[in-house]
Design a protein. Sequence first.
Length: 688
Amino acid sequence: MTDQAAHTSIVIGFRDWGLGRLELCLKALKGAFAGTGYEAIVSDFGSSDAASVQKVAENAGAKYVYTHSDVWARSRALNRGFEVARGDVIMATDADMLFSPGSLAQVATSVRRSPNSAVAIQCRDLPQQYSSETVAEAGFTWEDFETQSRLRPRWGMGGLFATTRRAFASVGGYDERMHTYGGEDLDFAQRCQRSGLRIVWRDDPSVRMYHMWHPPSRAAIETSTVVKEAVDANTQIVKNDPTVLRNTRARNAMVAAPLVSVVIATRDRGEYLRESINSVLAQSVQDFEVVVVNDGSSDDTLEVLDKIGDRRVRVFSQEPKGISAARNLGTDRARGRYIAVHDDDDIMMPTRLERSLNAIRPGVQATFGSWVNFDDVSGELALNVSKKEFEPSTVFNTGAAPGHSTWLLERELIHRVRYDEQLTSAVDHNLAVRLMNAGVKWAHVGRVLFLRRMHSRQVTVSDGDGQKLAAILTNNWYKAQGDSAHRQNQASSGKSAPWPRVPEKDDLEGSVVPYLPDHLAYRHVLVRGTLTEDSALRLSSSRRTEFQYEIRTEVGPVISGTLFRDVPWEDLPQLAASGVSYEVFGGRRIGPNRVSISDAEVRQRERSAILRECLAAIPSSVGSQHVTIAMHRRKFRGTQRFMLGSVSRAGEKPLVITGSLHDDRRDAELAAQEIADSGSALTWVVER
């Protein structure tokens, strides 16, 4: 029964699994919680008769949540249920499970007594004579269940997992890359362990879980290539993905606090501040807040902040106290589990937070990465790559610390160690070394995370000597803690420390230039899918909409999108918040209305981006066969053109082979047919 003062929430993932099973499961829950406050949530992920499922759930006093989906995805079903859960303890299970009287009340108590733990129950399988039909007729014969059931190996399919709401949110819930079924619970448990939780298996006569017999689902794996591929993909995630946090692009509705607090300290940088904050708002991860500390600005800083109009931007002002005091205040006001440091004149790359979060591993509390300096007048670029490890040998060998605006670390670490308010320069260097000295493990992300604006008013220019001196003093303090033999050994080992491979180095112009400020670069945006009416209206009313495209295939979904040209930085946050997928490409501005790449190259990038999107819809079962796609491309100015692109798969890597444009629909269709007649396996032609 759903209790208005529920302390525990249990979510049942469901999709056409049998109304009789669901009804029995919900009935058994009432006894399993033994009068304690709980709520049951049935998360229906695409049942064909949703009305009947809802009726069964609500008749039993359960909350009902429906999500439309063409495929079953247990992880997503459970997460949708947890998004509406109210309990401080949460549990996940399936509709074919029966829990013994009082069992779940004990589990909930166990979790509350040890909030840094997660509790699992080992399932017992009932034989064929205990189907939902026979159990409904005979009732819950618990003694017979105990004697007739067979203990399932740990981490078999299905079961029960219980932990606190905060612990669940700290790992991002169940991994939504995993669909169909298989491996979700094991993956979740592994990540709980990596985050520091202790897994407790409850196995005593008073805490029992029994699985009602039904025809096995394993037969679907043996007969369906798609299902088998999904289960195999889930297995690979369990085996090969060592990360802790998942689903970083989704806002976690289970906790009020954001995942990340981006802390910016500013003074008299109003001319750069809006671009800096826009680059945060345009992140692929949207679960964040921006904490801006105004350290006594006398320019238009507060006016700039007032015009941003995003509730996630929180502003705190103080009398001028210096950069360290401002950063400490930002940390004190931050609510996120992690803090990402950002400067008021820099630009975040759009996947900065996502890449930093995904680099968190067991034992790693802080991450850092590479960055690119850009001249604010000429646009000249300089890539900065630090050593792969930040450890004692790094300080002894190079004296360098991680770039400040690449940091992401647990908020509590800065709370404990804090910036030194007696320093006015190199405060980041000092804090990084002290954090390392306190035992914090750092990991390199291996990517460019931000663009550092080089201009005449930055501290590096106005107080470069002071910065260097402060860093030297910090390093000398650290080095003095060991004897000469120790220092020599550390310096020697630091020389052999590896450098990370940074992919952006191979194409610095292509990967970085589109994100330079508007006065240095232009950008085009290819939006995949459908924009909301409001977003499309705002973009198309002020930007030139070049074309829309739509592709219908015999297999797979309709693919559609829109290309917007000359998109300013201020539009990117709106795109990120809309949740659509998009790709940015562009080039430098040499002078007014001039760009550094040809129109032909721009068209080639457009074509490649769209063909990659087509490729994503091609089933992996196609293998290495040749595939042809004909695409109808319609410009808003009335001219129609047709795109023909040939793509193929080579193993796991899809490759774009060629692409061509045709002014006539018939010409495009004939070209497609010619390729098909030459021996290609599949041909898709647009139908309008």
